[in-house]
Design a protein around this ligand. Structure first.
Ligand code: 4AD
Ligand code: MG
Length: 436
């Protein structure tokens, strides 16, 4: 858009323009008026900034127009950037001109409290609120930090397909689609393809949408979510755990550095994130289950998988994320490697976040032995013919390898401290919601 003669600035970057006159392009977040003054909180997507309009400086016409422009009217303002310690963001704009692009009336989402359903039905507008702004900007920074972490360590990004002919994580949560008269499924995980890619490129990751027909209406489940899945040739369980730990420390550190304003908006207790320094506590499934059995307040049957209350209890003993290893083979996926000293256990690891974050990461060393894997596929009653290509990875140059899957929205939920996962996805998909 061609504008005035002033340079176009973004609110995030106002620091570079102190003392200069700039043009800001955005929307009215809020406005209060006092006699011959309007105070407009302008939002432009990059931030929020107070703009002051004096009637004798901007002229009667613009002053009247702005006076009629209510919440979410689109406006362009030019003015001088003034450093002001009291202003949120540290700058205020003293307006000298501008125009109203569209004057809006009765924006449906006012600053008052609304119910979750009301807001979710208006997600396309709700995204404009300050809180959603903060969450999405943290999400974006997390995605960038994750990719940076892996790219800087020589990982190759390999995109796994979304249409797949078979399950990776159990058949009960598959979304079926009609693929030209053939049954296909939306992917639950890119792992099997990441394994093939690791044999070709050494260190890889896939990062994209995954789907689970989860019939759970919890604060931690979406039906569509993003998963980041690194996979490394010649890696053993210990390497996989160390990689996950380094990744977490790096990403949390980067978010603390780049998204402090947003975390402040969310009133996040920063000290909880600063505690993530590495050296994560670890416990085996057997030791964890002993702890649970000793605690009469928690119901737990030995040998079962851990559910949310178990994970929450175990993780609450620590400040940093907790690594749980060596789960029973019976509760985990077919591809996990048997523990060499105990065939009833697998070389699996889950990472459980603190503060009720739940399972953030699930990973393992993979079974590299062809015969053991054949038996596992049969035992899980998976269609062998669909796994022939995967079995080739064990026929041609099989090596120890492993990786994990990180649920992006789970991580965003924990880092931002929001209660419900639905706020961590721009347009969340849940059992009860597919619109807008
Ligand atoms: O533990 P999961 O099922 O592991 C896998 O899919 C492996 N194939 C990953 C791998 O080793 N490459 O899922 C991994 C993570 C979970 O730890 C959780 O963070 C997230 O994905 N996740 C979900 N997030 C939101 N909603 C759901 N319904 C989720 N299901 C799993
Ligand atoms: Mg899991």
């Amino acid at each position: 858009m061609s504008g005035t003669s002033h340079p176009v600035a973004t609110i995030e970057d106002l620091g570079r323009f102190a003392g200069q006159t700039v043009e800001l392009r955005g929307w009215v977040h809020n406005r209060t008026s006092k006699g011959k003054l309007h105070f407009v909180t302008l939002r432009d997507g990059s931030g929020f900034c107070q703009c002051v309009l004096k009637k004798n400086q901007v002229g009667d016409e613009l002053f009247e127009e702005i006076g009629g422009a209510s919440q979410e009217s689109s406006i362009v303002l030019s003015g001088e950037v003034r450093e002001d310690e009291r202003a949120p963001g540290g700058f205020e704009v003293s307006v000298c001109g501008g125009r109203v692009m569209q004057s809006t009336e009765e924006f449906p989402i006012s600053p008052k409290e609304h119910g979750a359903d009301f807001l979710l039905s208006r997600r396309h507008l709700w995204l404009r609120s300050r809180r959603q702004w903060a969450i999405m900007r943290v999400r974006s920074a997390i995605m960038f930090a994750l990719r940076r972490f892996f790219d800087e360590r020589g990982f190759v990004c390999i995109d796994s397909p979304i249409f797949t002919p078979s399950a990776c994580e159990g058949t009960s949560t598959l979304f079926e689609v009609d693929y030209f008269d053939e049954k296909a499924y939306l992917t639950q995980s890119g792992q099997l393809y990441a394994e093939a890619s690791a044999m070709a490129f050494g260190k890889v990751y896939t990062f994209g949408p995954t789907f689970r027909a989860e019939k759970s209406k919890t604060r931690r489940h979406l039906t569509e979510f993003w998963m980041l899945e690194p996979e490394v040739a010649y890696a053993e369980l210990e390497d996989v755990i160390q990689l996950a730990e380094d990744m977490m420390v790096s990403v949390v550190g980067e978010v603390l550095e780049r998204r402090r304003t947003e975390l402040d908006v969310l009133e996040r207790d920063i000290s909880k994130l600063e505690a993530v320094k590495g050296g994560f506590p670890r416990i085996t499934y057997d030791d964890a289950s002993k702890m649970l059995l000793e605690n009469p307040e928690i119901e737990f049957i030995e040998g079962d998988d851990f559910g949310a209350p178990h994970e929450e209890f175990l993780a609450s003993q620590h400040e940093q994320p907790l690594v749980i290893t060596h789960y029973p083979k019976a509760v985990k996926a077919f591809y996990m490697k048997e523990a060499p000293d105990d065939p009833t256990r697998v070389l699996a690891m889950d990472i459980i976040g603190p503060e009720g974050a739940g399972e953030l990461i699930g990973g393992s060393q993979r079974e590299e032995n062809l015969q053991v894997l054949l038996d596992a596929i049969a035992k899980h009653e998976l269609p062998m013919e669909e796994f022939e290509w995967y079995l080739d990875l064990r026929r041609f140059g099989s090596v120890p390898h492993g990786g994990f899957g990180l649920g992006l929205e789970r991580l965003v939920r924990w880092i931002t401290g929001v209660e419900h996962i639905r706020e961590t996805s721009p347009f969340p998909r849940m059992m009860t919601r597919i619109r807008p």
